[in-house]
Design a protein around this ligand. Structure first.
Ligand SMILES: [Zn+2]
Length: 290
C-alpha cells in the first residue's frame, strides 16, 4: 500500500483496490472505499502514521473488495459508512451478493468469500450526503454504484470502467446490466475533472481513450458470444468457448461472477433480437438471429 497525494486536499492509497482520502475545508477526513477483507488494518497503519482520524467512509459500491475494511475502521473510529440504498441491501445481508452471483443458494466457499458485514452502521447517501463531495449514479457493474467528486475536482469512479492495465487482463469483467454499463461509459465521457481514479489500476487525467477501449471491449464480447452461437449453444458451452477464446482458467469464485456476466450478455443480446433462445432436448440454448 502506497500513500500518494493526488490533489490539494486528496490522497490515494494505491493498492489492489485504490482507496481515496479526502479532507474537507473544515478539516474532516473521508475515506473512499476500504479494499478487501484485512485491508482495514493496513489502511489504519497509514492513518496512524500520518496522525489522521477519519470521520466517515463513503463506498462507491458494496462489492466485498470495496467494503472489506469497513467493519474494522467503523468499529475502531465509531464512524458511519455511506452508500446508496440499493447497494446497502447487499452490505446488510451476508449472503445476498453470493446469492445473486451464483443465481441460487451458494456453496459455503462462495458464502465465505462474498460474506458481507451486516448492519454495522451504513447510512443512505440518498438521504444524507457528507459535506464537500458530490456523487452521481454509475450503474451497470453493480446495482447502485456511484462516482464521487471531491471539492478539488478528483473523481473516484469505482468499477464503472476498467483501467487500461485491467482491461488487458480482465477483458471479461463482471457486469450486472450490460445496457446500463454501456450508458455509464457514455456518460463518463462527458465528465470534467482534474483526475479520474478507478478502483483498480491506473489514475488518469483523460479517460476518454480508456472509455472508448471499454466500449470496444463490450462490443467484442457481444461479437464473441454471437459467433459462438452460430449454432444453438447452452450457457455452459458459451462460457467454455469464452474461456477458451480468452485463454482463461477460471477459479470457482471467478466462475460465479462470469457465469452471471454471461447471463447478463445473453439478456442484452436477446432483448436486441441478436439472439433467440429455445429448448433443445430440454436444455435452454441460444442461437444468433439470422
Ligand atoms: Zn465491483
Amino acid at each position: 500500500m502506497e500513500l500518494k497525494q493526488i490533489g490539494p486536499k486528496t490522497f490515494c492509497i494505491e493498492n489492489d483496490t485504490n482507496i481515496g482520502i479526502h479532507f474537507t475545508d473544515d478539516g474532516r477526513m473521508y475515506l473512499i472505499d476500504t479494499g478487501s477483507k484485512g485491508d482495514g488494518e493496513k489502511i489504519d497503519e497509514i492513518l496512524s502514521r500520518e496522525g489522521w482520524v477519519p470521520s466517515c467512509i463513503i463506498n462507491t459500491h458494496t462489492h466485498i473488495d470495496h467494503i472489506g475494511g469497513n467493519e474494522f475502521l467503523m468499529r475502531k473510529y465509531g464512524i458511519p459508512a455511506y452508500c446508496t440504498d440499493y447497494d446497502m441491501a447487499f452490505a446488510h445481508y451476508s449472503e445476498l451478493e453470493a446469492a445473486y452471483m451464483n443465481g441460487g443458494y451458494p456453496a459455503e466457499k462462495l458464502r465465505t468469500i462474498f460474506a458481507h458485514p451486516g448492519m454495522i452502521g451504513f447510512r443512505s447517501l440518498e438521504k444524507e450526503t457528507p459535506d464537500g463531495i458530490d456523487w452521481t449514479y454509475l450503474p451497470g457493474h453493480s446495482f447502485g454504484m456511484i462516482g464521487i467528486r471531491t471539492s478539488d475536482d478528483i473523481w473516484f469512479l469505482g468499477d464503472s470502467y476498467l483501467s487500461r492495465s485491467f482491461l488487458k487482463q480482465y477483458t471479461f469483467g463482471f457486469i450486472y446490466n450490460v445496457e446500463a454499463y454501456i450508458d455509464t461509459l457514455k456518460k463518463l465521457k462527458e465528465f470534467k475533472g482534474a483526475l479520474f481514479v478507478p478502483s483498480h489500476g491506473i489514475i488518469e487525467t483523460d479517460i476518454v481513450p480508456t472509455l472508448e477501449q471499454n466500449l470496444r471491449s463490450v462490443t467484442e464480447m457481444c461479437g464473441m458470444i454471437c459467433e459462438t452461437c452460430r449454432e444453438y449453444r447452452g450457457q455452459d458451452e458459451i462460457l467454455q468457448q469464452m474461456y477458451e477464446r480468452l485463454r482463461m482458467h477460471a477459479r470457482p469464485a471467478q466462475h460465479a461472477l462470469l457465469s452471471s456476466t454471461v447471463k447478463s450478455y445473453l439478456t442484452y443480446l436477446q432483448d436486441r433480437n441478436k439472439l433467440e433462445c429455445r429448448f433443445v432436448d430440454n436444455i435452454m440454448k441460444w442461437r444468433t438471429q439470422e
